[in-house]
Design a protein around this ligand. Structure first.
Ligand code: PGA
Length: 254
């Protein structure tokens, strides 16, 4: 059984003071020890969020990294800096990075590799656009992003990698993939991981992302190959994020 991971991607929202306030609230409501919780604040808020969440079971993640130890890369942030800032997870290849900033599978594979090398856990994001979905290319796109993104990862390193399936048409649109639709793609991802890395594929966490909300979390988490979620919009408000973190628990009380 893989330990579920509930991750919040705050994107370019929350100033350090707002993040601090949120972290204080989050600390109060996160009392579970059978699941991992992660928040990925913008870079300027990493330090203050870490200070508040230190010693809790809530992890800190970064939304991006540059694949070099250090150097003349104005505006970029290195894995060494993230590690030193207390970061455990790094989101790599989010669809917004692919679409807005032109990140390629090859560039993303370098990020995934360096994050593992520095002892952190990459969350490799993959997923098809609406156009690709409508053209029936979902499996083809997902497989290519997976194989390319993980091309330098060894059979040992893969145990420290998380995959997030995020159909682009479901991100920030309020239109989520149904749990059944997501499960079909997750099962395909697991099958591909098995071809690439063998039996260890059963233990790799595959998250779903794209309009995850309190209304659909229990159903999503009930699917066998959905091992957690990557939440954007609904991770910005304490009520919705705490309900998502509390999946199953709340349901079992009903
Ligand atoms: P959303 O974003 O939950 O707002 O759809 C998900 C993501 O981009 O990771």
């Amino acid at each position: 059984m893989t330990r579920p991971l509930i991750a919040g991607n705050w994107k370019m929202y929350k100033t350090p003071s707002e993040a601090e306030e949120f972290a204080l609230e989050l600390k109060k409501v996160t009392t579970y020890n059978d699941r991992d919780v992660l928040v990925c604040p913008p870079f300027p808020a990493l330090a203050c969020v870490r200070k508040i969440l230190d010693g809790t079971n809530i992890y800190i993640g970064a939304q991006n990294v540059y694949p070099a130890k250090e150097g003349a890369y104005t505006g970029e942030v290195s894995p060494v800096m993230l590690k030193d800032a207390g970061v455990h997870y790094v989101i790599c290849g989010h669809s917004e990075r692919r679409q807005i900033f032109g990140e390629t599978d090859d560039f993303i594979s370098k990020k995934v590799k360096i994050v593992v090398e520095y002892g952190m856990i990459p969350i490799l994001c993959i997923g098809e656009t609406l156009q690709q979905n409508e053209a029936g290319e979902t499996f083809k796109v997902v497989e290519q992003q997976l194989r390319e993104g993980l091309k330098d990862i060894s059979g040992v390193e893969i145990t420290n990698v998380v995959i997030a399936y995020e159909p682009v048409w479901a991100i920030g649109t309020g239109k989520n993939a149904t749990p059944q639709q997501a499960q079909i793609v997750h099962a395909f991802i697991r099958k591909t991981l098995k071809e690439m890395f063998g039996d260890v594929a059963a233990d790799i966490r595959i998250l779903y992302g794209g309009s995850v909300k309190p209304e659909n979390i229990d159903e999503l988490m009930a699917e066998i190959d959905i091992n957690g979620v990557l939440v954007g919009g609904a991770s910005l408000k304490i009520d919705s994020f705490s309900r998502i973190i509390g999946f199953n628990k709340v349901r079992s009380l009903m």
